[in-house]
Ligand binder design. Structure first.
Ligand code: PLP
Length: 438
């Protein structure tokens, strides 16, 4: 190494007052040539910040027209190679038939796999198609599964009735935040532990690394539904999960106009999901929806930050309001897994706030129906704020906090509007239903 004194310019000040100043420094110069510093390339995830990959990943200029965005390829079939029998070679990389692989699916898979730090991804027509594909791949008849007792209702339904009836799967539903209960539920036949990071709808938070350890000690796999916590908020594969799934219908698409789902993980396991459950069960996403989700996902990191900021502002408003009986939001001091949420999540605590209102059923309906900016509809992760009020007479609600069992649960899927307008809308509807706050 040679030591040398160098003069080099630094830009100083803001854009309007840019002037070069000279700085003297002593630097080490290697005596042999070394590699140039890596320049970022828009198609190389390893040299890019993940926000940049959200914009460029999986998008390829069109060779025919020169269009700088991958076009929507609405074709069921692709021209076969000169020797069509080569499509069965394991390393055949071309496209053949859109149920199995189309141009828009492939681009989306390329983007999503890397965003979640996975090797491979398989996209599906809906989130449920993706969830089902993962479970169908991992489980065999007679296996045992440990499932969080608060999960999206259709996933709960799969494990309550369909998988036990059709495949003889044995299931224990446990409070996933109680690690001793999870350990106690594991059996020699357990092949699957499944959870959501932030549970829909009561917003309890799972400790993904601890669950991965429990699952792996039992020789089982951990699958994680990270729909409420897409990258860059959380990457369950980095914490030991074997597969991560998302409903792309939600934050990834972000605009409430296309459905999709994805399974991401190691190459071999995702290949099994693709060839077994996508090719044969056939829940392929349409090229148009894949394109819409691809477009939505370019702004995912920006939108997520706004969803999280708005949700925190609303959770704080509701928590301070005497007309509200109970608020669940992982970013609030009183949330049971606040510490775990802080340790695992980046950028914020998600865009969903769940709360309970007192009074009668009719009071709660008056509140929901008096909202003017916020729309009463299911789903989440849309640009607009949605509210869904549900009462759960039995079943999954037995696991919820007492106020939700007693008063029902209002789930607010906070959108991208101004937080002042959302708070004003909530305040006005609460006043209609319950009178002015003190
Ligand atoms: C947490 C979660 N997982 C999965 C799904 C299913 O996704 P999709 O509606 O795209 O099938 C939903 C839908 O609401 C969900 O909230």
């Amino acid at each position: 190494m040679l030591a040398a004194s160098l003069m080099f310019p630094l830009w100083h000040g803001g854009p309007s007052e840019r002037k070069a100043i000279l700085v003297t420094s002593t630097v080490e110069i290697p005596s042999v040539c070394h590699r140039e510093p890596m320049r970022p390339d828009k198609h190389d995830f390893d040299t890019l910040n993940s926000d940049t990959w959200s914009v460029h990943g999986g998008n390829h200029a069109d060779e025919t027209t020169g269009a700088i965005r991958t076009p929507i390829v609405m074709a069921n079939s692709y021209r076969l190679p000169a020797d069509p029998t080569t499509i069965d070679d394991p390393d055949f990389a071309g496209l053949v038939y859109t149920r199995e692989h189309g141009a828009n699916q492939r681009g989306l898979e390329e983007k999503l796999a890397k965003l979640d730090h996975g090797e491979s991804a398989a996209v599906f027509a809906t989130g449920m198609a993706a969830m089902h594909a993962a479970f169908f791949t991992v489980l065999n008849p007679g296996d045992h599964a440990v499932i969080s007792n608060v999960v999206y209702m259709r996933v709960a339904g799969l494990f309550e009735t369909i998988l036990p009836a059709k495949l003889g799967i044995e299931v224990d539903f446990v409070d996933i935040t109680d690690l001793d209960a999870v350990r106690a539920a594991v059996r020699p036949t357990t092949r699957l532990v499944h959870t959501e990071v932030i549970a829909n709808p009561d917003l309890r938070v799972a400790d993904v690394a601890a669950l991965a350890q429990i699952a792996h000690e039992a020789d089982a796999l951990l699958t994680v539904d990270s729909t409420f916590t897409p990258p860059p908020m959380m990457r369950p594969l980095d914490l030991g999960a074997d597969l991560v799934m998302h409903s792309l219908t939600k934050y990834y698409n972000g605009h409430g106009d296309a459905m999709g789902g994805v399974v991401i993980g190691g190459g071999t396991l995702v290949d099994e999901v693709r060839t077994g459950a996508l090719w044969h069960a056939g829940g392929a996403i349409s090229p148009f929806n894949a394109w819409l989700i691809m477009r939505g996902s370019t702004t995912l990191p920006l939108r997520l930050r706004r969803h999280c900021e708005n949700a925190l502002a609303i959770a704080e408003f509701l928590a301070a309001d005497p007309r509200v009986v109970h608020v669940a939001y992982p970013g609030l001091a009183g949330h049971g897994q606040r510490e775990s949420a802080t340790a695992q999540l980046r950028e914020g605590f998600g865009g969903v706030v769940s709360f309970a209102l007192g009074g009668t059923h009719e009071d709660r309906l008056r509140f929901v129906n008096d909202l003017r900016v916020i729309t009463s509809a299911v789903s989440l992760g849309h640009d607009e704020t949605l509210v869904a009020y549900e009462e759960y007479p039995d079943g999954p609600a037995s696991a919820f906090a007492a106020p939700f069992r007693e008063h029902g649960l209002v789930r607010l899927a906070v959108g991208l509007e101004s937080p002042e307008d959302l708070v004003a809308d909530l305040d006005a509807a609460l006043t209609t239903a319950y009178g002015a706050a003190r």
